[in-house]
Design a protein around this ligand. Structure first.
Ligand code: TRP
Length: 451
């Protein structure tokens, strides 16, 4: 018998570990700025529809693939059908693209924490504070290096478990604080307009871009289409209810993203006096809006400092898990020593992260369709590579392996209530939709067709 893979203990252990990977900057930083940019309510509606169909089916498929084979992405595909091992390889490239720019944002969070702790909070509420900060050449690089070094040190020392433990305590506090800030923002003068914008879908704002953005966000936020959930599945015990776990992770992840939107979007309206261009701020939205909220709040400096500390923890657990993934892929492939691989990955991340920093300063003129270098890395991973991997996964599960094989895996731990939905989404709906969206977005980017 081969060596037994260690498993997550207890029923809730699996859900918490997977949710820990899923919840990060994607929920708190990325979701609100996309929702603000892509029409508010309509984005939220499309996202939720995608989450309960695509998100559900893909996550169930990935976890089941992992649990069935007991292997992570590359091995899982390879052991089921050699011709499809490239899907696992492709999926494994994605974390390596995400980690560098993720760490740039992590650096911004670290900077804000430092400023709030050192008593400079009120300066951050000024309109051009954030732009002033990221357009400096050196400072954002230093914060990026601090964040990525912190991640690497934790991985090198192998103390991730400690960080995870702390973050399990921090997570509920983060949720409570997010609810508090959301309620506070909603009741600021002028904020109700924003609540309306966020909660009522305006169908005239719907376009294929809304769906593409929502789909990319879904993959990113739930750590799908990059092999992560396959790995998590490989550690899942056979008697843990797979369907229920997927639902719980989804509700958890979407719930936090929803709250983060409620915390930021109404505040954008309150501070911009109805000027809708404030909604299109992109990656900088959280860093511009939240300091204003804290500034207007009694005790805002302390609350802001606690908030950025909690977000830093959420970001660190994700960046650690991303780095772990990259390190273990390289080690599986080449069998090199762990320390050397960690340092290699660190250097790789620095090299790839620097352009994202410089894209707001000395390389500011490099932009495609208004996308900065950081946005471009983000676009390539979330809107191109992940849909391709998701498409190939659907084809593989739907037509090569056949959904039945995974349904049986899910049923080892109880009935699979949504198996019809699972089959239809994996075989027909998801591949067709993903392909259409992907083609139209590529044509749009190349300027051949406007969508
Ligand atoms: N889902 C994480 C977030 O919302 C980001 C992420 C993407 C991630 N892929 C990952 C985290 C892989 C850990 C492992 O921030």
């Amino acid at each position: 018998m081969s060596e037994k893979r260690s498993s997550f203990t207890g029923k809730i252990g699996f859900v918490l570990a997977a949710a820990g990977s899923a919840v990060g900057l994607g929920n708190i930083w990325r979701f609100p700025y996309l929702a603000a940019k892509y029409g508010g309510g309509i984005f939220l509606l499309v996202y939720i529809i995608l989450a309960v169909t695509f998100g559900f089916a893909l996550m169930a498929a990935e976890i089941a693939l992992g649990r069935k084979t007991g292997q992570s992405a590359i091995g899982a595909f390879k052991s089921l059908d050699k011709r499809y091992s490239f899907v696992g390889v492709l999926a494994s490239v994605i974390p390596a693209i995400i980690l560098p720019y993720y760490s740039v944002i992590g650096g911004w969070v670290t900077k804000y924490l430092a400023v709030f702790v050192s008593g400079g909070a009120s300066a951050t509420a000024a309109d051009d504070y954030f732009t002033g900060f990221i357009s400096k050449t050196g400072e954002p690089v230093v914060w990026f290096l601090i964040f990525i070094a912190l991640t690497a040190i934790i991985v090198l020392l192998g103390v991730e478990k400690g960080v995870e433990k702390v973050s399990k305590v921090m997570m509920p506090v983060l949720i409570a604080l997010t609810i508090f800030i959301a309620v506070y923002s909603m009741f600021m003068p002028g904020a109700m307009e924003g609540v309306k914008y966020y909660l009522t879908p305006d169908f005239s704002k719907f376009s294929i871009k809304t769906v593409l953005a929502a789909m990319g966000q879904l993959f990113y936020s739930m750590s799908l289409a990059m092999g992560i959930m396959i790995t998590y599945g490989s550690y899942m015990k056979k008697d843990v209810n797979l369907e229920k776990s997927v639902r719980q992770i989804e509700i958890f992840d979407t719930g936090i993203a929803f709250l983060a939107g409620l915390m930021i979007i109404p505040a954008v309206f309150a501070f911009s006096g109805g000027d809708e261009s404030a909604l299109g701020k992109g990656p900088s939205l959280m860093f511009i809006t939240l300091p204003k909220v804290f500034d207007s709040m009694k005790g805002g400096t302390v609350i802001g400092a606690i908030f950025f500390l909690l977000v830093l923890f959420a970001a660190l657990t994700s960046s650690i898990s991303l780095m772990e993934t990259v390190v273990s892929i390289v080690r599986d492939k080449f069998g090199w020593n762990r320390k050397a691989v960690c340092i290699g990955v660190l250097i790789f991340c620095i090299v790839l992260g620097l352009p994202s920093c410089f894209g707001f300063s000395i390389w500011g003129e490099i932009a495609v369709n208004g996308l900065s270098i950081l946005d471009m890395f983000d676009f390539v991973s979330n809107s191109v590579l992940m849909p391709i991997v998701a498409f190939l996964t659907c084809i593989f599960v739907g037509y090569v392996l056949k959904p039945k094989a995974l349904i049986e895996e899910v049923e080892l731990s109880g009935p699979f209530k949504a198996k019809k939905l699972f089959t239809v989404v994996i075989k027909y709906i998801a591949p067709v939709c993903i392909l259409l969206i992907l083609i139209s977005s590529v044509l749009d980017t190349l300027g051949i067709m406007k969508i």
